[in-house]
Design a protein around this ligand. Structure first.
Ligand code: NAD
Ligand code: DAU
Length: 336
């Protein structure tokens, strides 16, 4: 049993990870989260009374605040999810991305080193590798060539983690994963946005020709990958995780419409995302061979279960889509 500081545990993947560890291990969890627009304690309402769970509100870019958190809680392990995570928001304004993703990660690395943290797991993304053409896969040796402000800030954080390993001898592991979907995903991302819009008979905004490809992985498979990388990964190594489920965006959108029983007339082609990466596809053979990891969900069964979750949790996403979300939606889609 270890004491684990999880950053960003009130977000989509972080909350799934915290729940998995509380229900499936004996680790003690300190969830550190600033509760930005994407952080929602409702995501963990079912486990918040667990005696092994503590929530701390804090901003990872606040060095003095983090010094206090580390001194008070003395974590043995850090699993770092906290980030600004949405590409479109980074196109509108990159400031928070640099602050949280780059500076925040460096603050956590400094505090981890100062307080003798045994291992730092940095949760990163396939987007740091850039964009693929029609064939090929990202491996851990693919050069880092990020294209968006979001992915560039994540690449910056990956490089600071690399520097902590090589300069300071820290024990860090970097995980890079493809596109996640599943319960509690904020409805600004493709799959939950399309499900929620379809259920409300709103238009489904497809960027460009809809033929960009993403490699979809169920969030539970990603969380399992992070867990085994934390437990069994080698210090200083990078591990790719993908779902072996490459799909064109238009295929995903049509599949969602079919699952919710709505017509394709809801699809609206809108101006493409600037700098839109064409295709992502992950080679996860290193994680499979060295960590014994394998994804358990197929895209078809995972998407069906996700649509069911959004059907059963309408109150959750209706609340999330009220207030500030409306202003973002108008700014992002209003003029397209
Ligand atoms: P999310 O946006 O749903 O959650 C991010 C969380 O971080 C929120 O709870 C937010 O409140 C918190 N946060 C933001 N800024 C903070 C700050 N300054 N201090 C403390 N907390 C702060 O994101 P997600 O989709 O769950 O992604 C989690 C991590 O996984 C990110 O690092 C992201 O880059 C990475 N990742 C995501 C995907 C994906 O498909 N969603 C794929 C690969 C990697
Ligand atoms: O690949 C991992 C990354 O996946 C993570 O690092 C990011 O945090 C996560 O947001 C996600 O990035 P994407 O940009 O790939 O995800 P998003 O859901 O925003 O978009 C998926 C695809 O769908 C992409 O090709 C853009 C397209 N899209 C998206 C939205 C929101 C649309 O066509 N219309 C939309 O309205």
């Amino acid at each position: 049993m270890s004491k684990i500081l999880v950053t960003g545990g009130a977000g989509f993947i972080g909350s799934n990870f915290v729940r998995m560890l509380l229900l499936g291990s004996d680790h003690e969890i300190v969830n550190l989260d600033a509760l930005t627009y994407a952080g929602n304690l409702e995501n963990l309402a079912d486990v918040q009374d667990n005696s092994r769970y503590t929530f701390v509100r804090g901003d990872i870019a606040d060095a003095a605040g983090m010094q206090q958190v580390f001194a008070q809680h003395r974590p043995e392990l850090v699993v770092h999810f906290a980030a600004e995570s949405h590409v479109d928001r980074s196109v509108l304004d990159a400031t928070a991305f640099v602050r949280t993703n780059v500076i925040g990660t460096q603050v956590l690395l400094d505090q981890s080193r100062a307080h003798g943290v045994q291992r730092f797991v940095h949760v990163s993304t396939d987007e740091v590798y850039g964009s693929l053409g029609a064939w090929g896969y990202f491996t851990e040796d693919t050069p880092i060539q990020p294209n968006s402000p979001y992915s560039s800030s994540k690449a910056g954080s990956d490089l600071m983690v690399r520097a902590a390993v090589h300069t300071h001898g820290m024990d860090c592991v970097i995980t890079r994963c493809s596109n996640n979907y599943g319960p509690y995903q904020f409805p600004e991302k493709l799959i939950p946005l399309m499900i929620a819009n379809a259920l409300e008979d709103k238009q489904l905004p497809v960027y460009g020709d809809g033929k960009n490809v993403r490699d979809w992985i169920h969030v539970a498979d990603h969380c399992e990958g992070i867990k085994v990388a934390m437990e069994r990964g080698a210090a200083g190594e990078v591990y790719n995780f993908g779902g072996d489920a490459e799909r064109e965006n238009l295929f995903v959108v049509k599949e969602i419409l079919r699952l919710v029983g709505k017509g394709e007339d809801l699809i609206r082609y809108v101006t493409d995302r600037p700098g839109h990466d064409r295709r992502y596809a992950m080679d996860s053979s290193k994680a499979r061979a060295t960590l014994g990891w394998t994804p358990r969900h197929t895209f078809e069964s995972g998407l069906r279960a996700t649509v069911d979750w959004y059907l059963q949790n309408k109150a959750w996403w209706e609340r999330v889509r009220s207030g500030a979300y409306q202003a973002y939606y108008e700014q992002q889609y209003g003029g397209r």
